[in-house]
Design a protein around this ligand. Structure first.
Ligand code: NAD
Length: 332
């Protein structure tokens, strides 16, 4: 079965080729992302393999369906970039990698919290330049602080468990509370209480129509002054205008992002020689208490191995006419 792999970086190719070494998928790697303009590259490919920022709205899916695509294999867990209703109507099956390494994302979340709190990013450059002053590097103990986890799925639960180990009081909010987490690590509370009581708020719910701009002017106003806000989930959970306003007023004391609502325009690319066009993003970078990484929370060897192996297994299952265990259906 011919597979068009979009948004291919050298590391995607390496790990997919290793996973396919003893399998028989015909992988064709394309560097561009998938969108209506690039969809014709997949002409005659039964399978299209994509990543987080590929655009699979109805227009793209119609082009793919007309040229023979029957399976979309996502190399990620989130599927907010796919119009699942359109895919179902067009007879295209969508599969994903539901869990590749929740530890990778949870551990990166902790790395952001620790680095931002203790200003490691600033200290690193200071010491290299012979500046050994501590002014401006004051942090706080995590022990005894209250942390709010929004979304206690696989990643949120591991993040909460690690922070519980640091001596934090862990509050949680989820539509479907997890009994084991509740018994061992955290207390489920209404969202407004989590927002009001947390020193650190970490987002781990998916991006859906319900969670779009979950963090907005109103929810920020409910937070503790000086709160640390962390988002390693999806950029669209946060209204960027509202957090910039919150940072300017000092209501938000720290912001750590691994995702950004308009990241699809530039994340994963080297634009260091170019004039960057996103003024909102550039404003975020001007704050000394903001730390941004470019959607790298998933990026560990273990995660890339699991992503590649599950993707190849998903494709083989479909090819062999077996039930697709990792299929994503509309409204799931
Ligand atoms: P998961 O499906 O295991 O957990 C998501 C949790 O969110 C579930 O418990 C669900 O009940 C809860 N939820 C859904 N809607 C909610 C709402 N309105 N309010 C509160 N909770 C809600 O997912 P996961 O594997 O833990 O991943 C979480 C998110 O992390 C994914 O959706 C994805 O967007 C993101 N992610 C980011 C990276 C990265 O590299 N930055 C990598 C993987 C996943």
């Amino acid at each position: 079965m011919k597979i068009a792999v979009f948004s291919t970086k050298p590391y995607d190719r390496k790990f997919l080729e290793i996973a396919n070494a003893e399998k028989s998928c015909e992988l064709q790697f394309f560097e561009p992302g998938l969108n209506p303009q690039t969809a014709s590259l997949a002409n005659d490919y039964a399978v299209v393999c994509v990543f987080v920022n590929d655009i699979l709205g109805r227009e793209t899916l119609e082009i793919l369906a007309a040229s023979g695509t029957r399976l979309i294999a996502l190399r990620c867990s989130g599927y907010n970039n796919v119009d699942l209703t359109a895919a179902a109507e067009l007879g295209i099956t969508v599969v994903r990698v539901p869990a590749y390494s929740p530890y990778a994302v949870a551990e990166h979340t902790i790395a952001l919290i620790l680095s931002l709190n203790r200003r490691i990013h600033r200290a690193y450059y200071r010491v290299k330049e012979g500046n050994f002053s501590l002014n401006g590097l004051l942090g706080f103990d995590l022990n005894n602080r209250t942390v709010g986890i929004i979304g206690t799925g696989q990643i949120g639960r591991i993040t909460g468990k690690i922070l519980h180990g640091f001596g934090c009081r862990v509050l949680a909010y989820d539509l479907y509370p997890n009994q084991e987490f509740k018994e061992q690590y955290g207390e489920y509370v209404p969202l407004k209480d989590l927002l009001a009581e947390s020193d650190i708020i970490s987002l781990h719910c998916p991006l859906t129509t319900d969670t779009y701009h979950l963090i907005n002017e109103e929810t920020i106003s409910l937070m503790k002054p000086g709160v640390m806000l962390v988002n390693t989930s999806r950029g669209g959970l946060i209204d960027t205008y509202a957090v910039i306003k919150g940072l300017k007023s000092h209501h938000i004391g720290y912001l750590a992002l691994d995702v950004y609502e308009k990241e699809a325009d530039f994340f994963f690319e080297d634009l260091s020689d170019e004039i960057r066009q996103d003024d909102l993003f550039e404003r975020l970078l001007t704050f000394p208490n903001v730390m941004v990484t470019a959607h790298q929370a998933f990026f560990t060897a273990e995660a890339l191995t699991n992503i590649a192996e599950t993707t190849i297994a998903n494709i083989e299952e479909f090819e062999q006419g077996k039930p697709c265990v990792n299929q994503v259906l509309p409204n799931k």
